[in-house]
Ligand binder design. Structure first.
Ligand SMILES: [Zn+2]
Length: 205
């Protein structure tokens, strides 16, 4: 009974490579930990890991295979990254409802919810929304990315007046989406300060 319960709480394989994991060892095996590239920031955005190699693999397992153990190790890096930062609540960058239906889940929402839990701050869900779906950013240059997302968010009027917000996305490239969402949070919701954070950053456009 106790062993079965432990099995539920402590997964017995590494979430990065599925190698068996000995009891008492860290969740992410030494080889995966060594292969993961940390990235403290990309442009003005706070990031935790580089979106490449093992980092991209862990994100893929979390997003498309719904691996909770992958989310758990990714979250550890994210929590570590925002430690010491001042914020009063977490706002995940919302996907358009149509996109969420396609994927079945909203990974950024799940990340934001767990980050809020782990940092003891509220999740301000439903404050920020999409006003229209945006075409995929893949393959676009920085200027086109900015144009692509302009005016694509809406926020509940004065909902965060004077508040300091941690705005979270899963992956950032140019920061265009986070910038646009941050402007909307300031101008429409009245946020005083918006800390832009992404779990992973990629420099490949
Ligand atoms: Zn591993």
């Amino acid at each position: 009974m106790r062993a079965a319960l432990l099995e539920l709480i402590v997964p017995s394989v590494c979430p990065g490579c599925d190698e068996p994991r000995a009891e008492g060892r860290p969740l992410l095996c030494a080889a995966c930990a060594a292969a993961l590239v940390l990235l403290p920031g990309l442009r003005a955005v706070h990031t935790a890991i580089a979106y490449e190699g093992k980092g991209a693999e862990l994100l893929r397992r979390f997003k498309f295979e719904h691996r909770r153990d992958a989310l758990r190790v990714l979250l550890d890096f994210l929590v570590e990254r925002v430690r010491g930062q001042q914020f009063e609540g977490v706002v995940p960058v919302p996907r358009h409802p149509g996109r969420v239906r396609e994927l079945g889940v909203d990974p950024t929402f799940e990340l934001g919810r767990d980050l809020a839990r782990r940092t003891g701050q509220p999740l301000w869900d439903g404050v920020l929304g999409r006003s229209r779906p945006t075409p995929t950013q893949t393959g676009l240059g920085p200027a086109d990315r900015r144009r692509n997302v302009r005016g694509s968010f809406r926020a509940r009027r004065a909902a965060l007046r004077g508040r300091s917000v941690l705005l979270l996305d899963d992956v950032t490239t140019t920061g265009a989406t986070l910038d646009e969402a941050a402007v909307t949070l300031r101008e429409e919701a009245g946020a005083r300060r918006v800390l832009r954070v992404a779990l992973a950053g990629t420099i490949a456009l």
